[in-house]
Design a protein around this ligand. Structure first.
Ligand SMILES: *[C@@H]1O[C@H](CO)[C@@H](O)[C@H](O)[C@H]1NC(C)=O
Ligand SMILES: *[C@@H]1O[C@H](CO)[C@@H](O)[C@H](O)[C@H]1NC(C)=O
Ligand SMILES: *[C@@H]1O[C@H](CO)[C@@H](O)[C@H](O)[C@H]1NC(C)=O
Ligand SMILES: *[C@@H]1O[C@H](CO)[C@@H](O)[C@H](O)[C@H]1NC(C)=O
Ligand SMILES: *[C@@H]1O[C@H](CO)[C@@H](O)[C@H](O)[C@H]1NC(C)=O
Length: 318
């Protein structure tokens, strides 16, 4: 949920001011010059010039926790739609709930028709999918209560805070990519708060035997297309496309296994290490519709309807 641009509400004049503020911001950020990302360009800007579009190059990893622990961490008013995730991962251990770590580099974010581009930034956080935000028993939403976000990126920091997210400005390794290869072949990504002791660090290796992969790509597609909220004042509708050139051939989604060390909300306090963590590394372009009325997302295809992100031929698992 990176930034705060809702074209519903801004007049052309406001938009001009906004865009010049963004451009000035861009110029004053030295990171722009030093950061040459390996990420592929945004292929959706041309197709959806009037929408906010971009690329998310991400590691998505699942940490199973007990349903009791989930119940303690997730605000009590949001039911957990256990049958919704069991429909996708029937072999998931009894009595457990899948927390997702999303560690990503946001790249080439644009509002093409207005000539607006936004500097790349990184972010990481624990996210809680399959929540019954509306109490209807079937619409899945994802709670993303906190994020570490690039400390120099005011638009991303404020854009996320506007959802009620607990945001910690952070610095990154690598500085402008989704991860970096280590000499041992594993990949590395770390975000570290510049204001608190919080950090999240991932070291993942490509899974050699993909028959061991417990999570189908469909599961991640489903989770990442669920509308997201923090304090539930508004919802973020990010539509991630898994069917572009970014998800095939050399860029095909890669199942990974590794470890995550973290001290971050809502698992804060003690540093924890999670080992044997499975996930996927996948880059997807996206269209983002910000600050929507959550009620309007009831029965949205990403939440439990017929599904809108099926892809032929681009899947690890299908
Ligand atoms: C995602 O990031 C990795 C690490 O920087 C890079 O090797 C890969 O090419 C990127 N994928 C895409 C589709 O941009
Ligand atoms: C693009 O933005 C418009 C207006 O904000 C919205 O109605 C439309 O659904 C968005 N397109 C997509 C593909 O989300
Ligand atoms: C997500 O999974 C649920 C079942 O758990 C399904 O009803 C829904 O259609 C899926 N959504 C998408 C976008 O695949
Ligand atoms: C949620 O956060 C936003 C942004 O900080 C704030 O304006 C709003 O009042 C908060 N809503 C609730 C219910 O806490
Ligand atoms: C790719 O996926 C998106 C989102 O799921 C869908 O709207 C679009 O029609 C698909 N494009 C193609 C060419 O299948």
């Amino acid at each position: 949920m990176p930034f705060r641009l809702s074209l519903f509400h801004v007049s052309a004049v406001a938009l001009l001011i906004l865009s010049s503020a963004i451009l000035n911001h861009g110029r004053s950020t030295p990171a722009r010059d030093v950061c040459a990302s390996l990420d592929q360009p945004n292929p959706l800007a041309e197709l959806f010039p009037n929408n906010a579009t971009g690329v998310l190059n991400a590691t998505l990893a699942i940490i199973p926790i007990t349903l009791e622990a989930a119940r303690r961490l997730i605000p009590p008013q949001y039911g957990i739609l256990e049958q919704a995730y069991r429909a996708l991962i029937p072999d998931f251990p009894e009595g457990m709930y899948p927390v997702m770590v999303q560690a990503a580099h946001d790249h080439d974010v644009q509002l093409r028709a207005y000539g607006i581009t936004i500097d790349d930034f990184s972010r990481v956080g624990f996210e809680f999918p399959f929540l019954d935000l509306l109490g209807d028993g079937y619409s899945s939403f994802r709670w993303a209560p906190a994020q570490l976000i690039t400390a120099t990126h005011d638009i991303a920091l404020e854009g996320s805070r506007a959802y009620g997210t607990v945001v910690s400005p952070a610095e990154w390794e690598p500085v402008c990519d989704a991860y970096r290869a280590l000499p041992n072949g594993a990949t590395y990504f770390k975000g570290k708060s510049v204001t608190t002791p919080e950090f999240v660090e991932l070291e993942m290796s490509r899974l050699q035997d993909i028959t061991l992969n417990p999570y189908p790509l469909n599961f991640f597609k489903n989770i990442t297309n669920q509308p997201t909220f923090a304090n539930a004042s508004t919802c973020d509708n990010m539509i991630r496309w898994f069917n572009t050139s970014m998800s095939v051939g050399e860029f095909a989604p890669a199942p990974v296994l590794g470890r995550i060390r973290a001290n971050a909300f809502p698992f804060e306090g003690l540093e924890k290490e999670y080992t044997g963590v499975y996930g996927v590394q996948v880059a997807t372009p996206f269209i983002e519709n910000n600050y929507l009325d959550c009620q309007s997302m009831r029965g949205y295809a990403g939440t439990g309807g017929p599904g809108d992100s099926y892809i032929e031929g681009a899947n690890v698992d299908e």
